[in-house]
Design a protein around this ligand. Structure first.
Ligand code: PD2
Ligand code: ZN
Length: 296
């Protein structure tokens, strides 16, 4: 008979673990209550993973440090993510070869809207070098680890390799400096082109941890921990980047960008986001995804 993890059992497991009972003791008690040992082990593991992934960062920070990195790493929580230092509320930030404007920011989800990240010439150059290679967008398929056509994304797209053009290389170095994260941890820049009616339905950029294809994807640099969506032109109407959990919409303004980070592959990051349908005009964006480790 299939044994399911009811909310009561979940609560009980969390209470036992929080009270300091070892995993073995919890499993033993479950077996005595009639659970098959293998099923009890799986239930304990799944419950604790879900529980930790949904825990607020302050609570996680209170865990004993020798345990923390290992336990959190095992459930996919990063103890360090790309960060834009806004100490002292600067209007502009030195990104090495360019000063970037801070337009607005939010802490939960961690979102920073940046102005002037790219020059108009860089925007045009990226669009022109992407054009000959555009095809209907594929997304990484977490069920298999491969790539496939995604009905939720009706844009066309392409990927540059890291440093593929001088402009791409300069933008990558600028982002790395801005968010304090190695260039090597970045995926290649992706360019997307939306025509009127095209959109990217709300999604998370991290890889769903329990999908069968995710372990294969994670071999190349681990989880995604941050995203930078850069606007290369301006649609006349529509095409904003939306964050439905917090009712935020970022307007696509040429040269500006939205940065957001997520320390775990979990909805508690509130990083659900989408590209609203373009109503009039067209929209070009370049997306940079940052991984926890080097992306090879
Ligand atoms: O084009 C966008 O606004 C957008 C929205 C959501 C892009 C992405 N996600 C993405 O590239 O991940
Ligand atoms: Zn996205």
């Amino acid at each position: 008979m299939a044994q399911t993890i009811t909310p009561d059992l979940r609560r009980w497991i969390i209470e036992q673990a929080s009270a300091g009972f070892s995993p073995d003791a919890v499993i033993k008690a479950m077996v005595e209550a009639g659970w098959q040992a293998g099923v009890a082990e799986k239930a304990l593991e799944q419950t604790m993973k879900d529980h930790l992934r949904g825990m607020p960062a302050q609570q996680l920070a209170a865990m004993p440090s020798e345990l923390r990195d290992e336990v959190l790493g095992a459930v996919g929580i990063a103890t360090r993510v790309p960060t834009i230092d806004l100490t002292g509320s600067p209007r502009r930030i030195d990104a090495g070869d360019r000063w970037v404007d801070v337009i607005s920011h939010m802490t939960n989800p961690r979102v920073v809207v940046l102005g002037n990240l790219l020059s108009a010439d860089e925007c045009d150059a990226v669009i022109e070098s992407a054009k000959p290679r555009m095809a209907r967008s594929l997304t990484v398929q977490t069920t298999t680890g491969g790539e496939e056509l995604n009905p939720d994304r009706t844009s066309n797209g392409m990927f540059f390799t890291r440093g593929q053009t001088p402009e791409v290389a300069a933008i990558e170095a600028r982002i790395a400096r801005l968010v304090g994260w190695p260039v090597e941890n970045g995926e290649g820049v992706q360019v997307l082109h939306y025509r009127p009616g095209a959109e990217y339905k709300p999604h998370y950029d991290y890889f769903a941890p329990d999908e069968p294809g995710t372990p294969t994807i994670l071999k190349r640099g681990g989880q995604r921990v941050a995203t930078v969506v850069m606007y290369l032109n301006e649609p006349t109407r529509g095409g904003g980047t939306t964050f439905p959990d917090v009712g935020l919409e970022v307007a696509p303004v040429r040269g500006s960008a939205v940065f957001f980070s997520y320390d775990r592959p979990h909805p508690s990051t509130r990083t659900l986001h989408g590209g609203a349908p373009v109503i009039e005009g067209e929209k070009w964006v370049a997306t940079k995804w940052l991984r926890l480790n080097e992306f090879k």
